[in-house]
Structures are given as structure tokens and as C-alpha cells.
Design a protein around this ligand. Structure first.
Ligand SMILES: Nc1nc2c(ncn2[C@@H]2O[C@H](COP(=O)(O)OP(=O)(O)OP(=O)(O)O)[C@@H](O)[C@H]2O)c(=O)[nH]1
Ligand SMILES: [Mg+2]
Length: 335
């Protein structure tokens, strides 16, 4: 995965197929002067169907898909033969995708289950062939129904459930570096602030195929809730994560204070953010020797009002413990 793999919003124009028209064919055979009506029915137009797929994590595969069109139904023909149904078109989306009507912005549906199908544009019904209209007063109807036209809809797909764990930290805290060592994602990493401009997703895979998804978002600064920096725009990406992992570098001048600032920004953005489980990772702890670490530990136990672990992405320390802790938090039974 590369920087900005995290496409979470696409607009698509969908159109279902027209129904085929019924046939007005009259049966003809040698020596029979007046054949009866034998025109078949038109086939149904193809539907456009949105389907949940648990193996998808982003809407990236739809980024360049502007139109999705399903096939028209075939026309009916002689000998009561029906036209074929137009084939349906599927748009596969990750679980947690919200479908909106682009024009009204109204939510039409939310896809939360694997394999769940939602017909966004129903194919037009095929018209009936003329033989349906035969009656005692009209033995040879010369008309048949036209097919019904397909539908056109503009839909906006938005991915809401983005990850299990959201990374929260000031710029340069080492969030992207952590993502790059615990997942296969390849976010941009650099020794300056605001390296990450767009969120990135990574999938952690470890121990007996346990997996969970981590979202790396741009750094948050004091005042983010009022729109300072970039973080604010992206806070909504972690709004529905169940767990937040705060990253604070070991060399921060006041870790407890940085934590309070971050928590305060989240609270000001949306108080419900504080209902989530939280864990603090003291990042870059390779910079601490044993003595410094012991000192810091004593200080944190006294001042920091939350669970924490020491980690180093560069020296690969504390990462298994971190993953275990996150896994445990994600799978904890609700009280
Ligand atoms: N010593 C040490 N340096 C680290 C570690 N993790 C990250 N860094 C360095 O910290 C700097 C910032 O890392 P990033 O991962 O880009 O930080 P970020 O939190 O994603 O920053 P923004 O995207 O700007 O918010 C880089 O120079 C990294 O090499 C670590 O475990 N140890
Ligand atoms: Mg970054």
C-alpha cells in the first residue's frame, strides 16, 4: 500500500438495463391463413447491485469507476420465446460502506455484512408479448407491451468503519513508522511534521492468523478541534474505531501533558471519542537506556492516568506486546 491508499469516498453513476419489448408476432404456417399471436415476452433489464465483501478494506478499486451500466433485456420473439434477461452488474464494497443518493445526500443503505446485496437500480421489466392479450373479442392482437426503462441513479459510497485501531498523536510521533513495521503498508516517513497528509490503512497479521486493521491519520495538534493543522479533517476516520492507540515519543518534554492535550482535542471534537478504549504507546523508546526508562516509568506510573507500553519501531521492541494488548482490547467482551 502506498500513501493515500485510503480512498473512502466515491461517486458513481449507475444505470440499470431497460426491459426488452414484448413481441407482436403472428404465427404463420403453410395452409394456415390466420395464425394466432405468438409473440414472446421481453427479458428483464439487468440490475445494478451493491454487494458487501469482507476481503475489501477500501473503495480504491472504484476510484476510477464513474459509470456502472447493466445490460438491457432482450426482446421477445416468435413462438412465444422470451428475450433473455440482461445480466446484473455488481459493485463490491467493503463492510461499513454507506450508500447515499448523491443528489439528496440521503442514506439509502449501509452494507455491513459479507455477501449482503442491495439493488441500487432495478432493471426495467420486460414487456408482455401479444399472445397474453388474446381474448374472445380480439383473437389476433397486433400489439405487445414495450419494456420498462431502466433507472439512473447517482450514488455516493462512503466508507465509515475504517479500522479497528486508530493512531492518535502529534506530528512526528512515529505513527507512520509504526504502521510500516506492524503491517505491509508503506506510508511516507520523514523527520518533519505533517509528513502524512492523507490517512493510510494497514492490516496487522500475526499469531495464528489474527488480523486487525490500523488507521494512520495525520498528526493532531493543539487546536485541531477548531480546525488547526490537518488532523481535524481526518478525525472522522477514527470516529468509529473501537480502540485508540495514542503515540507519544519517549523524548517528549511532558508525556502526561501531551496525552491530556490529545484527549482534550478529541473530547472537543466529539465527546463520544472518549468512550473508546485507549492505550498509550511511548514511541521511540530505543532512545532510552535502562536507567532513563526506569525513571520515566516511575514518573508515568505516578502522573499518567492510563495504560501504557514502551515501544520502538526502529529497534522492533515491545511490538508483540503492543499487538497482544490491542488484540485483547479489541476482543474484550463488553461488560
Ligand atoms: N529513534 C526512533 N525514531 C523513530 C522511531 N519511529 C519513528 N522514528 C522517527 O520519527 C520521525 C517521524 O516518524 P513518522 O513515522 O513519519 O511520524 P508520524 O507520526 O507519522 O508524523 P506525521 O505524519 O508528520 O504526523 C522519523 O524520522 C522516524 O524515522 C523509533 O522507534 N525510534
Ligand atoms: Mg505520518
Amino acid at each position: 500500500m502506498t500513501e493515500g491508499n485510503f480512498v473512502d469516498y466515491v461517486k458513481i453513476h449507475v444505470s440499470s438495463g431497460n426491459g426488452g419489448s414484448g413481441s407482436a408476432h403472428l404465427h404463420r404456417e403453410k395452409y394456415i391463413t390466420k395464425g394466432g399471436p405468438d409473440g414472446g415476452d421481453g427479458g428483464r433489464g439487468g440490475h445494478v447491485i451493491i454487494r458487501g465483501d469482507k476481503n475489501l478494506w477500501t473503495l480504491f478499486h472504484l476510484k476510477f469507476k464513474r459509470h456502472v451500466r447493466a445490460e438491457h433485456g432482450g426482446n421477445g420473439s416468435k413462438s412465444r420465446s422470451s428475450g433473455s434477461d440482461g445480466s446484473d452488474e455488481y459493485i463490491d464494497v467493503p463492510l461499513g460502506t454507506v450508500i447515499r443518493d448523491t443528489e439528496t445526500q440521503e442514506i439509502i443503505q449501509e452494507i455491513t455484512e459479507d455477501g449482503k446485496e442491495y439493488v441500487v437500480a432495478e432493471g426495467g421489466k420486460g414487456g408482455l408479448g401479444n399472445w397474453h392479450f388474446k381474448s374472445s373479442t380480439n383473437q389476433t392482437p397486433r400489439y405487445a407491451q414495450p419494456g420498462i426503462e431502466g433507472k439512473e441513479v447517482d450514488v455516493t459510497l462512503e466508507l465509515k468503519v475504517l479500522a479497528d485501531v486508530g493512531l492518535v498523536g502529534f506530528p512526528n510521533a512515529g505513527k507512520s513508522t509504526l504502521l510500516s513495521v506492524i503491517t505491509a503498508a508503506k506510508p511516507k516517513i520523514a523527520d518533519y511534521e505533517f509528513t502524512t497528509l492523507k490517512p493510510n490503512l494497514g492490516i496487522v497479521q500475526y499469531r495464528d492468523f489474527k488480523t486487525f486493521v490500523v488507521a494512520d491519520i495525520p498528526g493532531i495538534i493543539e487546536g485541531a478541534a477548531e480546525g488547526k493543522g490537518l488532523g481535524y479533517r481526518f478525525l472522522r476516520h477514527i470516529e468509529r474505531n473501537s480502540t485508540l492507540l495514542f503515540l507519544i515519543p519517549a523524548d517528549a518534554s511532558n508525556i502526561a501533558n501531551q496525552y491530556e492535550i490529545l484527549v482534550d482535542e478529541l473530547r472537543r471534537y466529539n465527546p463520544e471519542m472518549l468512550d473508546k478504549d485507549r492505550l498509550i504507546a511511548i514511541s521511540k523508546s530505543d532512545m532510552l537506556d535502562a536507567e532513563l526508562k526506569a525513571e520515566l516509568k516511575a514518573e508515568l506510573d505516578e502522573n499518567l492516568n492510563a495504560d501504557y507500553v514502551f515501544i520502538s519501531s526502529v529497534a522492533q521492541q515491545g511490538l508483540t506486546e503492543l499487538k497482544d494488548r490491542l488484540w485483547e482490547m479489541l476482543n474484550r467482551k463488553p461488560d
